[in-house]
Design a binder for this molecule. Sequence first.
Ligand SMILES: [Zn+2]
Length: 157
Amino acid sequence: MAAKVVAKKSRLHGTGLFAARDLAAGERLIEYRGIRYGKDEYPDMGEDATTKFLGLSDGTGIDGTGWAALANHSCDPNCELVEEEGHAPPRAWLYTLKKIKKNEELVWDYRLDVTSSAEAFSDWACFCGSPQCRGTMANPEQLRLPPKKVVRNKSRG
Ligand SMILES: [Zn+2]
């Protein structure tokens, strides 16, 4: 595994992803890998709903199983997930948004697709602790929108 990141216990949730050394702003860290799903296909999440499903721009998705999927959510992120052009199916990498010190936790804003604000603040409540915390891992733009059919799609809009 790349020497840029390391997985260890997080104060936020479970196992998180951390900087293995000082990182510059805009560094490409690791690819979001996992089980590929076709257009408009979703894993049967049921009671085990997780935040590891990443929706891609062509309607396909990745149920994250790799190291990138360990990165926790924050409403005040230091990383972002970027879908790079020129790949079919699309591929996405975790990038740093700012300078990050060794041993800092790597977090990004999941902006989950949700069907309702009620769902956003119950199933996907956020306790990231940042002063900017909006109380949910859901996409803030969706909290004012009518219900959508797609759920739990980690879209980056
Ligand atoms: Zn938060």
